[in-house]
Write a protein that binds this ligand. Structure first.
Ligand code: NDP
Length: 452
């Protein structure tokens, strides 16, 4: 059996090795998940809810260990890693309420009535990326389990540690065997088996638009249900009437959180021309103030990139002679560090402006008026996130309605909450996760006529 060596991104040193699941082992796990599913759906809703609450409690009790693994294996800052473990707990608790609320309808018809049922789809395959190993696992796992499905999850090859631990916690909490399985391995092997295996009835994929297209084509062959959460190139739009101090102070956190390895990164800042210079004056100290360093330190805000290869990819967007306006700091040393980097003025054909960098690189571009801002914001194949800063509530709503994007914030950089829907327009994805309706998307609606 081959193995993968997990590296600590802050040092480049080996953390541990993890066995890679083979295609045959993946097939066997999927067969076990299919065998376990009728038993899991037969667990009374209240009992399924209680098990999910116990799972949440086990995650809560293990917060420090989960955070330790994410700091070491993914380079996430300690505060963020603890928050992510708490987020898994919260998402499990939220969807623990769902088994007892999966209600159908009764529809009167001539000669009888119709009733509808939400039936679980069966086995759900979760394919998770390396940037947020815990939250993205939880977003699929919790509502899928709540709806009576069994789940086979494949973490990203580079970041399997917390998913493996969460699988152990599920077993400790008493989830029946094979209801939730974690298969560390390669996308081209395990991910591909999840897509191709006929017993897997739904795929939840989060990752690049490029691989998402392949997954969609694979699912099409079996008309397999599919949710795609893909890339982004989102705009942070700052109007002249905004609270410029707040907009500038928070803009680094809208793009440099998780070292910019965030599908929601607002990596294009658009600023109304009349306040462009003032915004840049305020933005420079805010960028310099981002605390980049040892992920294990409590006050670190930004850690390293995930790998040497990814750092080289990010660096390719800032070649010699790139229009660097200013930069933040980053430690020297063996880790995969890259400083927060602000590019301006930047050409509209520059790849740093048109492509998802997935690193701490942001462009700042002036715009003339509201119509111009909307045109620029929408000039991208993506549509995942976005922020709007203005003192005019009417404008905020007009612009939010006009920007072709799934998740927008007004006068705030926060964009994701588990109790509200999340997903993308255009090439940022298909379907919605989170929010109260998520368990429904892991069911099929069955319609039954009863003659009276
Ligand atoms: P990838 O698309 O490369 O990988 C995502 C997952 O898919 C990984 O688990 C990967 O496995 C797996 N995979 C790779 N090839 C296949 C295949 N042929 N069949 C099935 N599964 C496969 O993305 P990254 O891991 O590089 O993640 C970064 C990307 O994810 C960014 O583009 C980002 O925008 C996007 N993303 C989107 C989010 C959203 O919610 N919209 C959230 C987070 C990230 P392995 O790693 O083992 O190769």
């Amino acid at each position: 059996m081959s193995e993968f060596t997990v590296l600590n991104p802050a040092t480049g040193q080996a953390v541990t090795t993890v066995p890679l699941t083979s295609a045959e082992q993946a097939d066997a796990a999927i067969a076990r998940a299919a065998a376990a599913q009728p038993r899991w759906r037969a667990v009374a809703p209240g009992d399924r809810a209680a098990l999910l609450r116990r799972f949440a409690a086990a995650v809560d009790a293990d917060t420090e260990e989960l955070a330790r693994l994410e700091i070491a294996g993914s380079g996430h800052p300690a505060g963020q890693a603890r928050w992510e473990a708490g987020h898994v707990r919260d998402v499990l608790q939220y969807y623990a309420a769902a088994p007892e609320r999966l209600c159908g309808r009764q529809i009167p018809v001539a000669g009888g009535l119709n009733v509808t049922f939400h039936e679980p789809v069966g086995v759900v395959g979760l394919i998770v990326p390396w940037n947020f190993p815990m939250p993205i696992l939880a977003w699929g796992m919790a509502p899928a389990l709540a709806a009576g499905n069994t789940v086979v999850a494949k973490p990203a090859e580079m970041t399997p540690l917390t998913a493996i631990r969460i699988g152990e916690l599920a077993a400790q909490a008493g989830l029946p065997e094979d209801v939730f399985q974690v298969l560390p391995g390669k996308g081209s092997v395990v991910g591909q088996r999840l897509v191709d295996h006929p017993a897997v009835r739904k795929i939840v994929f989060t990752g690049s638009t490029e691989v998402g297209r392949l997954v969609m084509a694979g699912c099409a062959r079996q008309v397999k249900r599919l949710t795609l959460e893909l890339g982004g190139k989102s705009a942070n739009i700052v109007f002249a009437d905004a609270d410029l101090e707040r907009a500038a102070a928070t803009a680094p956190y809208a793009v440099f959180d998780n070292a910019g390895q965030d599908c929601c990164a607002r990596s294009r800042i658009l600023v109304q021309r009349s306040v462009f210079d003032r915004f840049m004056e305020l933005f420079e100290p805010a960028v310099a103030g981002v605390k980049v360093g040892d992920p294990a330190s409590a006050d670190t805000e930004m850690g390293p990139l995930i790998s040497a290869a990814h750092r080289a990819h990010v660096a390719s967007y800032v070649p010699e002679g790139a229009p660097v306006a200013f930069r933040g700091s980053a430690p020297d040393g063996t880790g995969f560090w890259f400083p927060p980097t602000v590019l301006a003025p930047v050409s509209v054909t520059d790849p740093a402006y048109t492509e998802e960098v997935f690193g701490p690189v942001v462009t700042v571009t002036p715009f003339e008026d509201e119509a111009d801002a909307i045109t620029i914001a929408n000039d991208t194949p993506y549509g995942l996130s976005g922020s709007i800063w203005t003192g005019d509530i009417g404008r905020a709503i007009r612009v939010a309605r006009a920007v072709e994007s799934g998740n927008l914030s007004v006068n705030s950089h926060a964009s994701v909450r588990y109790w509200t829907p999340f997903g993308g327009f255009k090439q940022s994805g298909l379907g919605r996760e989170l929010g109260p309706d998520a368990p429904d998307s892991f069911t099929e609606v069955k319609n039954v006529f009863i003659a009276t």
